[in-house]
Write a protein that binds this ligand. Structure first.
Ligand code: OOG
Ligand code: MG
Length: 263
């Protein structure tokens, strides 16, 4: 049940999307709307998605957020969430991100699932996710909260598309038959120094659980996850802040590596 009026939802979506497109920080929206609930927050996020589609953007998939203890602890938010991924968020492996387009980005090592069959909630199980997965790939998500000082609560961050900003896929396609995802190790390096480490189990015990969670939350809104979607698992480690001049590499056990630079 939403508590905000359709006008307020549209206004807040326009406000947060402008902050994204013009790269400026804003106050968290729950300061002015303390009574808003999770349904309001997703309604705002979906209104941002609708605005982008209206301008010709394509939705290529979704991302799970706040699915590891490391992330929950870092952000002080304990509720996993999702956001959408638009086509222009994608950065090629080895590519460059212009700091001028972002506010205060951070990088996160994740696993991307690419689906070959549609998935529908509300009772999607991890096993169905595995059956519908074509392959997995290492991914670096670049998050960029539109909120001042990267500080928010659960409903503010959901409305802000769960801080989605850019993502990089790379490395090698992994077939699930060959993978032990909970024990798959990852290393994140910044300027050649290892800065964060983890294994797939950090994400809800098994990264496929995070994909099931996204499908079930989409199902609550009557939406299915189409075949051919990219879904990011959520960060395995805490997120690492980056600045102009930084180079970031993710290494994933058996799945190669990928890199991105910030200028
Ligand atoms: C929210 C998004 C979190 C992840 O992988 O956990 C996220 C945030 O921390 O800004 O993308
Ligand atoms: Mg993430």
């Amino acid at each position: 049940m939403t508590t905000l009026t359709p006008d307020t939802i549209a206004h807040l979506a326009a406000h947060l999307e402008r902050a994204e497109l013009e790269a400026f920080a804003v106050d968290k929206i729950t300061d002015d709307h303390p009574g808003m609930d999770e349904d309001d927050a997703y309604a705002i996020q979906h209104e941002i998605r609708r605005r982008k589609i209206g301008r010709g953007a394509r939705i290529v998939g979704y991302k799970a957020g706040l699915t590891s203890r490391a992330k929950m602890r870092q952000m002080g938010v304990e509720t996993p969430s999702y956001g959408f991924l638009a086509d222009y968020f994608a950065v090629p492996d080895g590519g460059e991100v212009a700091m001028a387009e972002l506010i205060h980005p951070k990088v996160e090592p994740e696993l991307a699932f690419v689906t070959k069959a549609p998935l529908r909630g509300p009772s999607c199980h991890m096993a169905q996710v595995l059956a519908a997965t074509d392959f997995v790939l290492p991914a670096v998500e670049i998050i960029d909260s539109r909120y001042r000082d990267f500080r928010f609560d659960v409903n503010s961050v959901i409305a802000d598309n769960s801080s989605s900003s850019r993502f990089v896929l790379g490395g090698r396609m992994g077939r699930l038959e060959d993978q032990d995802l909970p024990s798959l190790g990852v290393v994140l390096e910044k300027n050649g120094e290892p800065v964060a480490f983890g294994a797939g189990a950090a994400v809800l015990g098994h990264p496929a659980s995070a994909i099931a969670m996204v499908v079930n939350l989409l199902g609550r809104r009557g939406e299915e996850l189409p075949a051919g979607s990219i879904v990011l698992s959520g960060s395995i480690t805490e997120a690492i802040a980056v600045q102009a001049g930084d180079a970031v590499t993710m290494r994933a056990q058996g799945l190669g590596s990928l890199s991105v630079r910030f200028r």
